[in-house]
Design a protein around this ligand. Structure first.
Ligand code: G6Q
Length: 545
């Protein structure tokens, strides 16, 4: 396979992408653009017509996908090939939501039965908790669940659970502790009763400092409040692939939910890591979440490249990163329940595609993953949208809106939608100087002032956006939406020829953190590191500046 920048499509795109007409013109030339450049899959609707692409751009982007072997890479992932080559692992979050009858093999062993057994174990646990059958050591019903985990073992469960609030049981509350800052857990525990609280400790490796420390503090709190070592079995469960370590830690073997090394942390909410979600929304809704994701998996695996939602979104991202120098991508959710989603997509994409070498270990000579950021519409419109509209950086945007609200209230939802659509329109069409002058025609300003202000009001437009709609935010549509972004991330990584499934940068931070911790507690000042690190460590040891 030729190097990415040597492919014919890449070279043609470098020239062609600069010659595409302004989107205003593209819409004027082709009234059918919306129909031609929108599609539905898995309960989602994508309008990608407001992008800097014409027919030729599309054919070149699809050619790029072909020249880089995208379809074979997709097949390899679904079939459980070792595509995470630096960790020698398969990448099978899709197996977590596959049909019970599927046969997906890792090293010759079908992993689906184990997945199904774990789902059954989750169902038993979730049922017992929700029906009040799981009682604490004093016989009281559990009322509060505290999920302790960080990164991939935290963000997915928290954000999905928050997004599905309309489906929560009224009998339970779920709290999350991720940060090792003692304030996080102290603030939570202060409000809880140890007799009615259950902790879910989520750590794939069972070796993450923050999670271990928070769990130890939770255990101490429980014992200090009156529980015994034996009572821990009724108040602590764990989700991990390291059963030995979890048992050594004191978690009852019967209370350990397995996960597997072929599931990456940031792709793991579909496994028992999703237990806090299932506790709050129930197992039927959790299965609906999996079904929604499966629907998107089936679409991704089978739809032709030119009608494939994750492929289209992934190729557009490559277009902007590599041919329009976009360094960030904004996700704007027009739904209060989805306010956390940009942070989830941020981890998903940035941890996956923030890479500087190809699979073969060669330095890339092109940009890889952009910064992903975003927030809740309409709030952002009164803040950072200004830069998206008139700043000098090109920031492609995704707008996400359910057509029906869970809380219909007067004109609220129509206003929300009008803002969402109005923003994409403004980004696309902009405002020319003559339009700005015309708007000022009836003002009492003098001609010079009018001209000056008109210049400031000019918006170049031609700013790209995708709009994703769904009927309503449900477990199934949310499952499909998250799977869409997972696969979009995969498509970009596949084109860029990088490993989207390792995270050596994160690992280095974990190792150095442990080394520094030892130095903070050492009997003597630090002298062996660089001057800045020594200085900071020694100030901490002193306790004041
Ligand atoms: C995700 C990352 C990272 C990981 C956390 C927690 O893909 O690898 O965010 O999820 O570091 O790791 P553990 O689950 O092993 O505690």
């Amino acid at each position: 396979m030729p190097l990415l920048t040597q492919t014919k499509a890449w070279q043609a795109l470098a020239e062609h992408s600069q010659q595409v007409a302004h989107m205003r013109e593209l819409f004027a030339q082709h009234p059918g653009r919306f129909d031609d450049m929108s599609l539905q899959a898995a309960g989602l609707f994508l309008d990608y017509s407001k992008n800097r692409v014409d027919d030729k751009t599309w054919s070149l982007l699809l050619q790029l996908a072909e020249e880089t072997g995208l379809s074979n890479k997709v097949k390899a992932m679904f079939q459980g090939e070792i595509i995470n080559t630096t960790e020698h692992r398969a990448v099978l979050h899709t197996a977590l939501r596959a049909e019970a009858s599927a046969d997906i093999r890792v090293d010759g062993v079908n992993v689906v039965p184990e997945v199904q057994q774990t789902l059954a174990k989750m169902a038993e646990f979730v049922g017992a908790l929700r029906e009040g059958r799981w009682q604490g050591y004093t016989g009281k019903t559990i009322t509060d669940v505290v999920s302790i985990g960080i990164g991939g073992s935290f963000l997915g469960p928290k954000i999905v659970s928050e997004a599905l609030k309309p489906y929560w049981t009224e009998h339970l509350r779920c709290h999350y502790v991720a940060n090792v800052d003692g304030t996080a857990i102290s603030e939570k525990l202060a409000k809880l009763d140890h007799e009615t609280t259950l902790f879910i400790m989520s750590s794939k490796s069972f070796g993450t400092q923050e999670t271990l420390t928070n769990t130890l503090s939770a255990k101490d709190w429980f014992i200090r409040a009156g529980g015994s070592q034996q009572d821990i079995a009724k108040h602590f469960v764990a989700v991990t692939s390291n059963v030995v370590k979890a048992t050594e830690f004191g978690i009852d073997a019967a209370n350990i939910f397995p996960m597997w090394d072929w599931v990456g942390g940031r792709y793991s909410l579909w496994s028992a890591i999703g237990l806090p979600i299932a506790v709050m929304i129930g197992m039927d809704n959790f299965r609906a979440l999996l079904q929604g994701a499966r629907n998107m998996d089936n679409h991704f695996a089978s739809a032709p490249l030119n009608a494939n939602m994750p492929v289209i979104m992934g190729l557009l991202s490559v277009l902007y990163s590599n041919f329009h120098q976009a360094q960030s991508h904004v996700v704007l959710t027009y739904d209060h329940y989805l306010r956390g989603l940009p942070a989830y997509f941020q981890q998903l994409d940035m941890e996956s595609n923030g890479k500087h070498v190809t699979l073969a270990g060669e330095d890339v000579d092109y940009a890889t993953g952009p910064v992903i950021w975003g927030g809740e519409g309409t709030n952002g419109q009164h803040a950072y949208h200004q830069l998206i509209h008139q700043g000098t950086a090109l920031i492609p945007a995704d707008f996400i809106l359910p057509l029906q609200s869970h809380n219909p209230l007067g004109e609220h939802h129509a206003q929300l939608a009008s803002n969402c659509f109005g923003q994409t329109q403004a980004l696309m069409q902009g405002r020319t100087l003559s339009e700005a002058l015309a708007e000022l025609s009836s003002s009492t300003l003098d001609a010079k002032d009018k001209e000056l202000i008109a210049k400031h009001k000019v918006m170049t437009g031609n700013k790209p956006s995708n709009t994703i709609l769904m009927d309503k935010l449900t477990p199934a549509t949310l499952g499909a939406l998250i799977a869409l972004y997972e696969h979009r991330t995969f498509v970009q990584g596949a084109i860029w020829d990088i490993n989207s499934f390792d995270q050596w940068g994160v690992e280095l931070g974990k190792t150095l953190g442990n080394d520094v911790l030892a130095r903070l507690a050492a009997p003597q000042d630090a002298t062996e590191l660089d001057a800045s690190s020594n200085g900071l460590i020694n100030l901490f040891r002193k306790g004041n500046i």
